[in-house]
Design a protein around this ligand. Structure first.
Ligand code: KG4
Ligand code: ZN
Length: 331
């Protein structure tokens, strides 16, 4: 049984997972305090992690009905993410592991998103392609096995897909996080009303969302306040469609241009909660895995899942282990 901690951004998470991928508990404490600033404030996130990590770990252990000495190992997100936030998880994990002479397993956050698909109930087995789209990352990767050496096929040149949702939502006067609010507003709109760019000029399998953001800004200026107000739902629907198409066409391009790639696709990251994106991806005609939403957004069960396929550092080899803000792949 593995206890995992995840504190890379603004969710304080702990989970207990068995060696064969069964989730015994998956506790997520979303801080909520960042909404008033319109985004995550790193220093505020670190302070809240400090307050929440103890109770969140206790909850995860209690729900799983296990005590610390009974664990096989403790896993923790080492990076990438906000370094102050990561440090809370890393130091807590080191302290808990050392106190009980347990091994420690450092995990890359993105390997965690990949490993969410390995968990029960989906147990989606590699090889597959994965599209990870969240507020912090947007990438398409080829996952050959359970290990950390999956290959990045394309990544964003600028904003992440979730950031594009959040920034568009803010321009339309919606709160943070903008994705769910924008999706709701878009339900009453026409996705064909405005033709926003879908970054087709970006070469290969990379993504870009900055042109789209600018296009919305110019459209709002052109329409003026009154007309914008009247057409908010159309604007939201058209903007959402452009994000969905930017993502979907890259996956289509990958599947078409390289027949050697697996015709299987997993989705991860908070943007995977988006209804029209799920629908569009389901229409691609390949085997698809979309884990339950609490496993798509940041959580510790996915970190424990990745840890099952990584070497453990025995006590006390992890004493000097540090967090990293940016990963080896520069993501
Ligand atoms: O994975 P996540 O919870 O946190 C990280 O950023 O790592 O993703 C959060 C992002 C936010 O940008 C949020 O606006 C977006 O996911 N999001 C959505 C939806 N739900 C969350 N975007 C579009 N439609 C949604 N239903
Ligand atoms: Zn994430």
């Amino acid at each position: 049984m593995i206890l995992a901690l995840e504190t890379s951004c603004d969710d304080t998470c702990a989970a207990v997972v068995t060696q064969d991928g069964e989730i015994r508990s998956n506790v997520i404490s979303s801080q909520g305090v960042h909404d008033r600033y319109g985004g995550v404030v790193p220093e505020v996130a670190s302070r809240h992690h400090l307050e929440l990590i103890g109770p969140v770990v206790d909850d995860a252990l209690a729900q799983a009905g296990i005590s610390l000495p009974e664990l096989d190992a403790i896993a923790v997100t080492q990076g990438p993410g906000l370094v102050g936030a990561l440090l809370v998880g890393v130091s807590t994990a080191k302290a808990l592991a050392a106190a009980h002479r347990l091994p420690l397993i450092p995990v890359d956050h993105l390997h965690g998103h990949v490993a969410a698909s390995f968990l029960k109930p989906s147990e989606f087995e590699p090889p597959f392609l994965i599209l990870i789209a969240s507020g912090g990352h947007t990438l398409l990767a080829h996952v050959r096995d359970h290990g950390p050496d999956w290959e990045v096929l394309g990544a964003t040149h600028d904003d992440a897909a979730g950031e594009a949702f959040d920034k568009g939502a803010r321009m339309l006067g919606l709160g943070y996080p903008g994705g769910p609010a924008l999706q709701r507003l878009a339900e009453d709109g026409d996705p064909e009303a405005f033709a926003f760019p879908t970054a087709q000029q970006v070469p290969g399998l990379d993504f870009s969302f900055s042109g789209l953001k600018t296009a919305l800004l110019y459209k709002l200026r052109e329409l003026g306040e009154e007309e914008t107000e009247r057409r908010r739902a159309d604007l939201a629907a058209s903007y959402q469609r452009a994000i969905v198409e930017t993502l979907a066409r890259r996956v289509e391009r990958a599947l078409e241009t390289d027949p050697a790639l697996p015709q299987r696709l997993a989705l991860g990251g908070g943007v995977a909660a988006n209804g029209p994106l799920r629908e569009r991806m389901r229409g691609l005609g390949v085997a698809i895995d979309i884990p339950p939403i609490q496993l798509c957004t940041d959580n510790a069960a996915m970190i424990a899942s990745a840890a099952r396929h990584l070497p453990a550092l025995p006590f006390p080899q992890y004493a000097a282990l540090d967090a990293y803000a940016t990963g080896e792949r520069g993501l």
